[in-house]
Ligand binder design. Structure first.
Ligand SMILES: *Cc1c(COP(=O)(O)O)cnc(C)c1O
Length: 300
């Protein structure tokens, strides 16, 4: 496992991950008890799985000797939000390519990024589509003397940081996690034993592509994709999910509107089957609540 000690000292100076069990709390929503790993609470500004996905990239940046960072994301991106604060703490110049126009009103997400010193470069659809092109990214890296982080902090570097959480998973039969690209799920799968199960709640409708990819990778734990109460397009918040956010809020558990609300919905739905000791991973994203009218958002 990579040693992130020197990075963590500057990145999360007040967080002690070795005492990480302080991040696990018990909750009761709709009469059911569960335990939750609160990655959204590791730091007042930097939140969730995106911080762990960044660790390997930040280390790669260090080793690359490049002078800055470049990445990509949408106007509500949790990734860019975490990256802006990480770069600020490590004092690294950072630029983000964002799909949109400078004339559009800034989202609170982008405003936070700018306030943290991130340079935003708006681009059109064609240019934004280039972010998937590896050759283009390599060229951009050379021309800009930057380490280019793929959108969302994905890629092999993205899963290294989850090794820091390994001991927290040990007592559980099942670990539940929401997936977008599945990088977080892969990072966690590497930390689990063969008698454990990783349950993935996919927030993206991808016709089973991620499921096929994870199952082909032959991880030790059993990997299961959870049934979900609704087949919703990415980012869509139905009345039922909105109600679950409200119920969880009342129970003292704040969920984000894209990933963790689906995680809890899927877990609740699975509870009429035989109970197992499960840990739900809260992957963060609370800043995105500001994009949904009527949702309260507060930093911790
Ligand atoms: C990005 C994100 C995810 C998905 O992570 P992947 O590694 O892309 O699967 C889950 N939850 C939250 C809150 C996120 O911001």
């Amino acid at each position: 496992m990579s040693d992130f000690t020197h990075l963590l000292e500057r990145l999360l100076p007040t967080t002690d991950l070795s005492m990480g069990s302080g991040l696990i709390a018990r909750h009761n929503v709709r009469g059911l008890d569960f335990e939750c790993l609160h990655l959204e609470q590791i730091d007042p500004l930097m939140s969730g799985n995106k911080v762990f996905k960044l660790l390997g990239h930040l280390q790669a940046w260090e080793e690359s000797g490049r002078s800055s960072l470049i990445s990509f994301g949408g106007r509500w991106s949790n990734h860019l939000h975490a990256l802006a604060f990480a770069a600020q703490r490590l004092n690294i110049p950072v630029e983000a390519w964002v799909l949109g126009y400078p004339e559009q009103p800034l989202t609170p997400t982008l405003q936070d990024c700018i306030d943290a010193g991130m340079r935003i470069r708006f681009c059109g659809r064609d240019q934004y589509a280039m972010r998937y092109d590896k050759v283009w990214r390599t060229q951009l890296a050379v021309e800009s003397d930057a380490w280019v982080i793929p959108e969302g902090g994905d890629g092999p570097e993205g899963w290294e940081g989850f090794g820091l959480l390994a001991s927290l998973f040990e007592p559980y039969d099942e670990v539940w996690v929401a997936a977008g690209t599945g990088t977080t799920a892969q990072g966690i799968a590497e930390q689990l034993r063969s008698d454990q199960t990783l349950v993935v709640v996919n927030a993206v409708q991808d016709q089973g592509a991620l499921e096929a990819q994870l199952k082909a990778a032959s991880y030790l734990p059993e990997i299961r994709f959870a049934h979900q109460p609704e087949n919703l397009r990415f980012g869509k918040l139905s009345p039922a999910l909105r109600e679950l956010i409200a119920d969880a809020d009342r129970a003292g558990l704040m969920l984000d509107p894209v990933y963790t609300v689906r995680l809890l919905a899927a877990w609740l739905m699975a509870q009429d089957t035989e109970p197992r000791r499960s840990l739900l991973v809260h992957s963060g994203g609370l800043q995105g609540r500001r994009g949904v009218s009527g949702l309260r958002y507060s930093t911790l």
